[in-house]
Write a protein that binds this ligand. Structure first.
Ligand SMILES: *[C@@H]1O[C@H](CO)[C@@H](O)[C@H](O)[C@H]1NC(C)=O
Ligand SMILES: *[C@@H]1O[C@H](CO)[C@@H](O)[C@H](O)[C@H]1NC(C)=O
Ligand SMILES: *[C@@H]1O[C@H](CO)[C@@H](O)[C@H](O)[C@H]1NC(C)=O
Length: 381
């Protein structure tokens, strides 16, 4: 960085000094030559100069509230975080005079991104759940403490084990609880309901991409026999009858298929105060590829292993649904519009005047609303 500044200053000074006493034609030539040299030096510098200060997660993300959690992650499990330092990690290794072998190891880690499920393992698992050959598996990412959200789902759409004669399964995925007592409660809940999966990553909003990739991993390794899966948020109303009708339609492909609320041409949010802020370093392009909104997307169950594999080559960023979109783009798979796109609703302004019985998804927003929406529909039958 310092060298680059010095070089820029040299170029400027050169231009200014030349003006005084040399013929204009020569000035133009000299300036062009200098400019060319500057550009050449700049490119050369970019790829070969060792970097003296590692670019760390908090330099890039710079969100104060994340600072502590992340610096903890940095000191603990440094290799996992190397994806954030991208190519420059190699430079760091060089300056630290590491052996060729260790540079190679770091290089491999760069491709084994933090969101890749191979970095995690299950603490709570239900490896036999899919022996019942479910047709559709609903995977709900939820925070460990959100037991009310889980119970609302268990008493509504999560309690449907058969829809139009097809077996349906609902499972919840949580990360670490961060406390022994909370962990005990979670394990008790798991014994009672047998519907909890827990993986050993730090559970936070920022880490939703990890959560989604762990869901994909579970589907790929424990549930390959399912025909369709759905990733659905814990505050959603889901109408399984209508969803099943779509999935059972002969027009619905059973391979390379993903549908939901399509997001086209979405600009990456660069406002640091936004919940959805993504730095240029994490995702350099200005727009996301087409993706399906994370509240609830449905996919043929051949996709999870493909997405996990594609993710090995795609640097993670904290917008889980757009990240899945990036993996799909790499796979050459386009998300499909739903047969009736208006069935995938986000917010419902007035649930009383909206015919929820015609929808597939709607954001309820709270456990109470999940139950209320559900009762509205069941009551109207
Ligand atoms: C974040 O950015 C602000 C202003 O841009 C700066 O003052 C602060 O030091 C940065 N914090 C970190 C952790 O990099
Ligand atoms: C699930 O549905 C069954 C009947 O279909 C009912 O007996 C049971 O109480 C329900 N479970 C929950 C958690 O509401
Ligand atoms: C995300 O998860 C990783 C792995 O568990 C952890 O090291 C990191 O601190 C988490 N980040 C946040 C912001 O929670």
């Amino acid at each position: 960085m310092a060298i680059e500044c010095i070089r820029k200053r040299c170029c400027l000074a050169h231009g200014r000094v030349s003006m005084g006493y040399i013929k204009p034609g020569f000035v133009v030539l000299a300036t062009l030559a200098t400019l060319f040299l500057c550009i050449f030096a700049y490119i050369y510098d970019f790829s070969l100069m060792p970097v003296t200060h590692p670019r760390t997660w908090f330099n890039i993300v710079n969100q104060t509230k994340l600072y502590n959690a992340v610096s903890g992650g940095l000191s603990g499990k440094i290799n996992v975080w190397n994806f954030l330092t991208n190519q420059q990690t190699i430079g760091i290794s060089t300056t630290e005079k590491k052996t060729t072998a260790s540079i190679r190891t770091e290089y491999i880690f760069i491709h084994q991104y933090v969101a890749h499920p191979s970095n995690y393992h299950f603490i709570l698992d239900e490896p036999d759940k899919c022996k019942q050959d479910p047709f559709l598996v609903l995977m709900v990412p939820v925070a460990p403490h959100e037991v009310n959200a889980r119970n609302a789902i268990r008493s509504t759409w999560g309690n449907e084990s058969s829809v139009q004669g097809k077996a349906v399964l609902t499972l919840f995925l949580v990360g670490l609880t961060g406390g022994a007592e909370a962990q005990q409660q979670l394990e008790e809940e798991s014994r009672q309901h047998r519907d909890l999966l827990q993986s050993n990553f730090v559970d936070s909003y920022f880490n939703l991409t990890i959560k989604t990739m762990v869901i994909m991993d579970w589907l790929a390794t424990r549930c390959s026999q399912a025909t369709f899966s759905m990733k659905v948020d814990s505050d959603m109303y889901i109408n399984l009858e209508n969803l099943m009708s779509v999935l059972l339609s002969p027009n619905t492909p059973r391979q390379n298929y993903i549908t939901g609320y399509l997001m086209w041409d979405q600009y990456v949010i660069r406002d640091k105060n936004s919940k959805w802020y993504v730095s240029v370093e994490l995702y350099p392009e200005s727009k996301y590829p087409t993706y399906v909104l994370g509240m609830g997307y449905v996919f043929s169950n051949d996709l999870p292993p493909k997405i996990v594999e594609a993710s090995e080559a795609i640097k993670p960023f904290n917008i889980e649904d757009a990240y899945v979109g990036a993996c799909l783009k790499r796979l050459g798979i386009n998300p499909s519009g739903a047969p009736n796109p208006s069935q995938f609703r986000t917010y419902v302004n007035d649930p009383k005047s909206t015919d929820l019985s015609k929808l597939i998804t709607a954001i309820a927003g709270s456990p109470e609303k999940v139950i209320e929406f559900w009762q509205n529909v069941k009551g109207h039958k």
